[in-house]
Design a protein around this ligand. Structure first.
Ligand code: SF4
Length: 559
């Protein structure tokens, strides 16, 4: 049986409906595997007109020499994303104006640049290169994103070749960091060193990157495709909300390997990934990854951008059919059944000092809401070298972990990182607050997020200084949920709300009680819980204060 025979919509030819008229023909979803090869929207047309990877040469040879005005609009607003470049929001547009303007009307002549880390260990040279790019070309900006990227702002196209040269020199890249492509991977920040690790996914992620990133065969996907792979039992790479996740598990006969989860994603129509209940050995992960991304490329919906994520296909097919198509058409073999890991252990952010399995230590530290800068990144590089540490990794919680620290050096290293503003013993507020890019730079944003979060953390540290439990606060500038609105204890979705005087002002729709890891669930969107940005501190203080007063022993906030 081929998958295409079962997936093809039933033909309506020659049938007559109850009204006596032929039933309306069901519209195709733009699935290549079903023969819908003609582009059905302008994004698809643009990708067909020219493979987005070709824009790299035009940036190097033409645009960087002739300047912003020379950039072809189809490259500027489309293909540049495959190089990790995205026009940033022009200053002066508030959230109210955003709603009335086309995205391109908000274009600035500066770019956001996203550099992928893919869970790799960043040694001193890499950290210094990242820091120097921030200082020399990005007005000092740098954010650690919840996909383990470094994100810069204020980048000018003239500087891009030099930036790429600096990244190339240390083995880093911005290739396919945005766009309808295999986006940056999440890997465990403590891969290979954690004493409780089930299996180290690093070799598989390296091989996937080596084989497939920049391969034109996988550069025209229906939309973005997010990957995570971790063998840490805390589920530290948020597998439930990735398109494909390899999740460490132990098979009773075969030993450590990975289960395969597919179709997770947030934004509108959020869905937790479906667990296939299989067992995949480490060396087969790249082939299975290729098979999953191929299913997405060939069967993913391309007609409507709003339905072009893998989760919609998985929701329509169900996990049984997805597995059948994966096995019969793409792998040409059956996968081994295996146990799906259950809820992860706590501690997936790796903050604090922890002993490694080799007797050295790793130290997880928190900036606030992921915001760092060039001086901090360079400073971390210096710290890594000063103490002969192995390097640093970024986390899916917008944090940073320094690995391979000798026991005698831990105290001094913690103090040096603290001097850089990176705290190994942060308050629970600082530790558990994340924010997306927001209105400062993002064209889709309705509200400010980064500075609002930094101010919120400072306020909450004053008002509830002794918070003794982790309560996650995820601040998002619009419904796209880049900072995972629906899976936080307090998830905040940016929108305009009415203040007490009836004026439209920046604010948030609140989602309460979501979580990942120990409790995979979406927060409840409570209609009455809309809060102005100015009133956010009062709101969180009240909600958390009520919880602290009324909680039973061992009752978590999400309960
Ligand atoms: Fe931009 Fe919205 Fe994503 Fe925030 S959630 S980074 S505002 S698209």
């Amino acid at each position: 049986m081929t998958s295409s025979s079962t997936a093809r919509p039933a033909s309506t030819e020659g049938q007559v409906g109850r009204s006596g008229r032929p039933p309306r023909r069901k519209k195709g979803e733009g699935q290549w595997a079903l023969g819908y090869n003609e582009p059905l929207n302008k994004n698809e047309q643009s990708k067909k007109d020219d493979n987005p990877l070709n824009v790299r040469a035009r940036i190097i040879n033409t645009y960087s020499k002739r300047g912003f005005a020379s950039i072809d609009p189809a490259d500027l607003r489309g293909r540049f994303r495959w190089m990790g470049l995205y026009t940033q929001r022009a200053p002066g547009f508030d959230g109210g104006k955003t709603a009335m303007l086309e995205e391109e009307e908000l274009d600035d002549s500066y770019f956001m640049l996203r550099v992928r880390s893919d869970g790799e260990l960043l040694d001193a040279a890499k950290l210094r290169a990242l820091g120097s790019i921030s200082t020399d070309f990005a007005r000092g900006t740098a954010d650690i994103t919840d996909r383990q990227n470094i994100q810069y702002h204020w980048i000018e196209v003239e500087d891009v070749p030099e930036i790429w040269d600096r990244l190339d020199a240390v083995g880093m890249t911005s290739l396919e960091a945005c766009g309808d492509s295999p986006r940056p991977f999440l890997g465990s920040p403590v891969a290979g060193v954690a004493a409780d690790e089930i299996i180290d996914a690093t070799p598989a992620l390296e091989e996937i990157k080596r084989r497939y990133i920049g391969d034109p065969a996988y550069s025209n996907l229906p939309r973005k495709f997010k990957t995570s792979a971790s063998g840490h039992p805390s589920l530290d790479c948020v597998p439930s909300v990735n398109d494909v996740s390899f999740v460490g598990t132990v098979h009773p006969e075969h030993g450590p390997g990975f289960d395969l989860w597919v179709g997770g994603g947030l934004s509108t129509n959020p869905m937790l990934a479906q667990k296939l209940g299989v067992w995949i050995p480490l060396d087969e992960v790249p082939d299975v990854w290729e098979a999953v991304v191929s299913v997405f490329r060939d069967y993913g919906y391309r007609r409507l951008r709003s339905r072009a994520r893998l989760k919609f296909l998985v929701a329509d097919w169900g996990k049984e059919k997805f597995r059948e198509v994966l096995e019969t058409k793409y792998l040409q073999r059956a996968l081994v059944d295996g146990p799906s890991p259950e809820a992860g252990a706590a501690g997936g952010d790796h903050i604090g000092v922890h002993e490694q399995k080799d007797g050295r230590f790793y130290v997880g530290v928190a900036p606030t809401a992921g915001r760092v800068n060039g001086a901090i990144l360079t400073g971390v590089g210096d710290v890594v070298e000063r103490y002969a540490a192995a390097g640093a990794r970024l986390t899916a919680q917008q944090k940073l972990v320094v690995l391979g620290v000798a026991g005698d050096d831990v105290e001094a290293l913690v103090a040096d990182l603290r001097a850089l503003g990176l705290e190994a013993e942060p308050s629970n507020w600082r530790r558990n607050t994340m924010a997306c890019t927001g209105i400062e730079f993002c064209k889709l944003a309705i509200v400010d997020t980064k500075q609002r979060s930094i101010d919120l953390v400072a306020e909450l540290e004053q008002r509830i200084p002794d918070l003794d439990v982790p309560i996650t606060v995820n601040v998002n500038g619009c419904p796209n949920a880049c900072a995972r609105t629906q899976v936080a204890d307090i998830g905040l979705k940016g929108q305009l709300v009415l203040d007490d005087d009836g004026n439209q002002v920046e604010g948030f729709q609140v989602h309460l009680g979501g979580g990942l890891g120990l409790s995979d669930q979406f927060g409840k969107k409570l209609r009455a819980h809309k809060v102005t940005s100015a009133g956010l501190g009062d709101y969180v203080t009240t909600v958390v204060g009520n919880y602290l007063e009324d909680r039973a022993v061992d009752e978590a906030f999400a309960d």
